[in-house]
Design a protein. Structure first.
Lengths: 268, 255, 458
């Protein structure tokens, strides 16, 4: 009985949580301009989106491309920077470690708007014209702390002698890094990368303040401007539905694999 | 062998892209548009009725949102972490999943859903939307700490004669406070500072503090914008001091 | 005499200003099995890591085959290490772990294959080459770690507590295997452990270390039978350590009785420490042989022998091991052979400290102000001060002491405890007490005016 109510509570929350997403998905199959106005079933919006033929709204696809590219570059650079930093921090102690950990925490604690405004002021102060590069730099700023926090526990779990064992067996420090250290940290680096990638995808405020005035749009800023103009581009609906489905599939695959792996190690 | 030096590039990066910008916020906050020192921006904040009332409303909404998130999220996290009540690891993933869909899009959809259902946009819808957006951020850290909690504490308490209710209030809840604290950290300040979400959910009827900052920066009132950002920074500093400031529970476990 | 393969000359090392090795001098003979033995924190692992090249000495030199190794990085040293907790590469299988070093040296593939198979056979793991290392048991991982090191044919094999993570039975089996492997391979083994029994079983030579210094170097029998100080006597095996007095050559007094012994050259009427192993105290029924009497206090069966605690007629407690039990409460007659009494020079007979007179009746010692009769001295005088072991008082409450510190080492001396106290500043004080303290207890330290005596100006 207790279990029934517990499950009921969880599922009620989930239904509420998913209602807007289902709402979008349903109305992605109708042609109406406005969300919530059912004009009969149609896959027209999907066709428009996939063929790129949208009455004058081709900037949506440009925004999607920007979003993906920025997320990819920012996540890759953040992973590189964060991994190297984590190895350094792991080997630090005392004051300097405290100081760098403190600074590393700031972008995570700061709300996006503070990160955005402060970086905006930085670029203004340094007279850097804002655009693609500044957005990428800003995204690296708020992504890297998460990479550091993903890689650090891997370093802590790692047998501290493993790196030395490689040196002992004749590996130069470079070889030991490539052949022993990196393979051990791969899990942390991958989850750091994925975390960075998704946070970059989802970011609105930081991009909003650092994109400058050259008309650079990511999906978030596109939606914001679009909504403020009144009336969303209808093709956003199928786009969101597709994104949701892709992530759903990815997560299911990932979790099934994870569980299988867990079972396998349990058996051993 | 000095591998601690590997942190140097990132340390420099942090100084330029985290520390320096924050210093600039302070500097700009105490300058007028000509670059001269002034306290005008700060006094303007404390004397401008509109800003102050927006500020108060923001804090109120943030407080209510945080409380609602704890009230709704704690039981959910507790159920999810309890093997007897929830055998499937998939449910926790279902709670995190919506976070991958663009937040603005989700918010717009929520607003449209309210429109369709004939609910007037206002304070109520704003709170609903906020809870909707931030609930996963509260559930996840609490779930994480409850899930990792050593079961022997609860068993020891039961062994010493505590009844289930007592075990929960005297042992489980106090031990899970760090999770609640990092949840609060991830919900409270972001709520104060949201701008797009409140605009969409109230049809611009209710302004939050973030909107004012955004409006000032966008209309080139950088100095006043910086002063407002500084006010937020001070509150963040205070609130993270109060909650212990640790956010390590996040540790890459979101997938 | 066999040739020296490694020589360690005047090596010292500090971490963060804390001395962990102090002027270490040692040579290791080619082909021998040498063990560095000591409690955790004694510096043994630091010394091993310096030999391997992971750390550089602050002072002194380490020579291999007569040539100084200097800054030679670990990957260029012809030595290999078996690490504590093995440090196998989790992302490689058994075969690739073992082949790691050979592949780096660009050894031809068929030779790698031949050598890997040979060492796998040597460690009795032939069928495991494709296994994931994380699926192996502790003992199996240990064998692979050894195989991975010896496949490179090092001149010296370094082993850092390799058996510490195994359970008792496994550890005993592996000891035999290691000894056998050492015999077959004929290379030098340098072995680090804190387990005295392991050291006694395996080694040709044992180096006992404590507090960053070498205490004693010798064969297992030397170390066991003739410990040079209380630390070694206490650390190796069970022992009765007692305060004694050398009356003259070959005659020593302890537990308020006099005994014949074989030690000479200490001088007459000199305070000494005496060690008697519990198995060297014999029961007798012959009043002629009886040297002293005692009453059996406890008697515990230990598998092979019985362990008994007895109270002597003079009020001391002694541990005795014998194959036959004696009933608790019974009066027994005991004797000790002269050969079995090990007399050691006392390292110190009282705390001698340097201090400064800071005021009338006050002297500053180790950073605290103690009351003291300073009538013959002036403020500002730098003086040498003596506090007898029994004069230092320990308090439960740290705040109540003039100094505070922790119990660092405990020695039971038959009727009292001899404690080494480490102050918060890292200085040492020695205390005799009948109170029971545990190692690591935090204590306040004080001393009464009557027990603090100024010996003279510096």
């Amino acid at each position: 009985m207790k279990r029934f109510f517990a499950q009921l509570y969880i599922w009620v929350l989930l239904v509420i949580l998913y209602a807007p997403l289902v709402f979008i998905a349903i109305f992605s199959f109708t042609e109406s301009k406005v969300l919530g106005n059912w004009k009969g079933f149609s896959t027209r919006l999907y066709q428009n989106l996939l063929t790129g033929d949208m009455q004058g709204n081709s900037s949506l696809l440009q925004a999607v491309e920007n979003t993906l590219l920025i997320a990819l570059i920012a996540a890759a650079l953040a992973t590189l920077l964060g991994t190297v930093a984590a190895i350094g921090i792991h080997n630090m102690n005392g004051r300097s470690r405290q100081a760098i950990t403190f600074l590393n925490n700031i972008p995570m604690i700061n709300p996006d708007i503070i990160t955005g405004v402060s970086l905006f002021l930085l670029f203004v102060f340094l007279h850097i014209s804002q655009g693609y590069t500044t957005v990428v730099l800003a995204h690296i700023t708020f992504c890297t702390p998460y990479v550091v926090l993903s890689v650090l526990p891997k370093l802590r779990q790692m047998n501290p002698n493993i790196y030395e064992a490689a040196l002992d067996l004749g590996a130069t420090p470079g070889v030991a890094l490539r052949k022993v250290l990196i393979p051990q940290l791969r899990g942390g680096m991958v989850s750091g990368f994925i975390l960075s990638f998704t946070m970059s995808l989802d970011d609105f405020a930081v991009t909003f303040f650092t994109r400058g005035t050259i008309g650079l749009d990511t999906l978030s800023t596109y939606i914001y401007t679009d909504a403020r103009k009144g009336g969303l581009t209808p093709e956003l609906r199928p786009l969101m539905t597709l994104i949701f489905l892709i992530i759903l599939v990815l997560l299911v695959v990932f979790n099934v694999r994870q569980q299988r792996l867990a079972k396998k190690t349990q058996r051993v | 062998m000095k591998r601690s030096s590997w942190a140097i590039p990132y340390a420099l990066f942090l100084v330029v892209f985290v520390l320096l910008p924050l210093i600039l916020v302070v500097v700009y906050a105490f300058q007028d548009s000509m670059g001269r020192f002034t306290l005008g921006n700060i006094t303007k904040f404390f004397t401008d009725r509109d800003t102050l009332s927006t500020f108060a409303v923001s804090l109120e909404v943030a407080l209510e949102n945080t409380l609602l998130c704890i009230l709704l999220g704690y039981p959910a996290a507790w159920i999810l972490a309890n093997r007897k009540l929830n055998r499937s690891a998939v449910t926790i993933v279902l709670f995190i999943l919506p976070m991958w869909v663009n937040a603005l899009m989700r918010t717009l959809a929520t607003a449209e859903l309210f429109n369709m259902l004939g609910v007037t946009l206002g304070k109520g819808t704003l709170l609903f939307g906020m809870v909707y957006d931030y609930l996963p951020f509260m559930i996840y850290p609490i779930y994480n700490i409850l899930d990792k909690m050593d079961k022997s504490y609860a068993e020891a308490a039961a062994d010493l004669g505590a009844r289930p209710g007592t075990v929960f209030w005297k042992v489980t809840v106090p031990l899970s406070m760090p999770g609640v604290a990092s949840g609060v950290l991830m919900v409270f300040m972001p709520t104060v500072s949201t701008f797009a979400i409140s605009e969409f959910l109230t049809n611009n009827k209710i302004k939050l503090f973030g909107t004012i900052i955004q409006e000032n920066i966008n209309s080139s009132m950088w100095n006043y914008g910086a002063a407002l950002a500084l006010v937020m920074l001070v509150i963040i500093g205070l609130s993270s001091l109060l909650s212990g400031g640790e956010k390590e529970e996040m540790q890459g476990g979101l997938i | 005499m066999a040739e020296k393969i490694i020589e360690i000359q005047h090596v010292s090392k500090s971490f963060d200003g804390k001395r962990v090795l102090e002027d270490i001098n040692l040579y290791i003979k080619k082909g021998e099995f040498l063990t560095l033995l000591g409690p955790s924190g004694c510096g043994k692992t630091t010394l091993l890591r310096m030999i391997a090249g992971f750390l550089a000495p602050d002072e002194g030199a380490i020579l291999l085959d007569g040539k100084e190794m200097g800054d030679l990085p670990p990957h260029q040293r012809p030595l290999n290490t078996v690490f504590q907790r093995y440090a196998l590469f989790p992302h490689l299988d058994v075969y690739d772990n073992i082949a790691f070093g050979l592949k780096l040296k660009k050894v031809p593939v068929d030779e790698i294959d031949r050598r890997v198979r040979r060492v796998l056979k040597l460690v009795a793991m032939s069928d495991y080459e494709d296994r994931d290392v994380e699926t192996l048991s502790g003992g199996q991982q240990q064998r692979i770690a050894i195989a991975r090191a010896i496949v490179n044919q090092p001149k010296v094999l370094l082993l850092d507590e390799p058996l510490a993570a195994l359970d008792l039975k496994m550890r005993k089996d592996m000891q035999i295997e290691l000894k056998e492997m050492h015999r077959k391979l004929g290379i030098t083994f340098i072995y680090v452990t804190h387990d005295q029994e392991e050291a006694l079983t395996l080694s040709d030579t044992i180096v006992v270390m404590n507090e960053g210094r070498i205490q004693q170097i010798g064969t297992p029998t030397d170390i066991y039978n003739e410990p040079v100080n209380c630390f070694v006597a206490d650390f190796i095996g069970e022992s009765n350590i007692l305060k004694g007095r050398m009356i003259r050559d070959r005659r020593v007094a302890f537990i308020k009785h006099q005994f014949d012994c074989v030690d000479e050259g200490f001088g007459e009427d000199v305070p000494v420490d005496v060690v008697v192993r519990p198995e060297d105290i014999y029961f007798t029924t012959d009043p002629q042989k009886c040297q002293f009497k005692a009453k059996v206090n406890t008697c515990t069966f230990k598998g092979v022998h019985y362990e008994m605690w007895v109270d002597t007629d003079t009020g001391y407690e002694l541990m005795i091991q014998d194959y036959d039990p004696y009933p608790v409460g019974s009066e027994v007659m005991l004797y000790i052979d002269p050969d079995d009494i090990q007399v050691m020079k006392k390292e110190r007979t009282a705390n001698v400290l340097e201090g400064k007179v800071t005021g009338d009746g006050k002297v500053e010692l180790l950073g605290g102000e103690f009351p003291c009769d300073t009538s013959a001295y002036e403020v500002g005088d730098e003086v040498r001060v003596e506090i007898p072991f029994g004069g230092v008082e320990l308090l439960d409450n740290r705040e109540e002491g003039i100094l505070s510190g922790e119990v660092h080492f405990i020695l039971y001396m038959g009727d009292h405890y001899h404690l080494t106290i480490k102050t918060d500043d890292g200085d040492f004080l020695w205390v005799d007490t009948t109170d029971i303290w545990d190692k690591g207890d935090l204590v306040g330290i004080t001393a009464a005016e009557k027990d603090i005596r100024i010996l003279g100006r510096l």
